[in-house]
Design a protein around this ligand. Structure first.
Ligand code: COA
Length: 223
């Protein structure tokens, strides 16, 4: 089972202070390295949400969770698998006690479609996309982009530009579908909700529960 949490990245001043109090010293110091205050605040909120959500599963205080990183920077903690992503004013966190999982979210916004298509897609995917009517093209492109990033996150490599066109993903949304990547097959599942598209990647199809983190965060004074 995979829980997919939606995390709104907005909070009052007191909510932000409560969020900061959940972070460790490294996270607090990382938040000070952002030049733009809005980006620093979003970082504080998503890291606090990550702690608050994972604490629920681990039955510990959020501030007590210790994270390690693999050699590509993938964060991990004992006892759970998770994958985080953010875009615009939203973040998501996929959590499971099962096998590895990857998650990626993108706000649906105009992008340089041609450039993205060249960098991300396989020749077959490019052909498929060019046959789509214009209104569908952007959604489908972002669906493929998030699915591919979710696979790279599940693999633990993170963004690896030269890998993207070597992954092939069927463009449908709403159900698990099989993608192929160097090294093997993955299952991906994409959903479009309002202005955002979110994709999950896992080794096998799994039940997904969508959860909203707002009430949980309010319980920690964040909001
Ligand atoms: C993972 C990565 C793609 C982030 O992508 P992004 O679209 O900018 O940001 P997202 O919000 O979607 O994801 C960020 C989250 O991914 C997670 N993450 C970071 N590195 C990761 C990795 N290697 N694998 C899986 N997840 C990773 C973190 O939880 C991070 O959250 P944070 O910003 O709060 O630290 C990016 O950090 C990356 O590619 N790092 C480099 C990895 C690398 O050097 N790989 C070399 C292989 S060729």
């Amino acid at each position: 089972m995979i829980d997919l949490w939606s995390i709104p990245l907005e909070a009052s001043r007191t909510g932000l202070a409560a969020a900061r109090a959940l972070l460790d010293a490294d996270e607090r110091s990382a938040s000070r390295r952002f030049e733009k205050r809005s980006l620093a605040n979003a970082f504080v909120l998503r890291r606090a949400a990550r702690r608050a959500i994972l604490a629920r599963y681990l039955n510990v205080l959020p501030e007590r969770i210790a994270f390690q990183e693999n050699r590509h920077g993938r964060p991990q903690t004992d006892g759970l698998r998770f994958s985080a992503s953010h875009s615009g004013a939203m973040a998501c966190l996929a959590v499971t006690r099962g096998d590895v999982v990857g998650a990626d979210i993108e706000r649906i916004r105009p992008v340089d479609t041609l450039l993205f298509e060249q960098r991300i897609l396989s020749p077959d995917e490019r052909q498929m996309l060019q046959e789509q009517p214009e209104p569908d093209r952007l959604n489908r492109l972002l669906t493929l982009w998030t699915a591919k990033e979710a696979i790279l996150k599940a693999m633990g490599t993170g963004l690896c530009l030269e890998m993207l066109p070597r992954i092939t993903v069927p463009p449908e949304t709403g159900c698990w579908r099989q993608a192929t990547a160097p090294g093997g097959a993955w299952q991906v599942r994409s959903t479009v909700d309002g202005d955002y598209v979110t994709s999950l990647a896992a080794p096998a199809p799994d039940a997904v529960t969508h959860r909203d983190a707002t009430a949980l965060l309010h319980g920690h004074g964040v909001g």
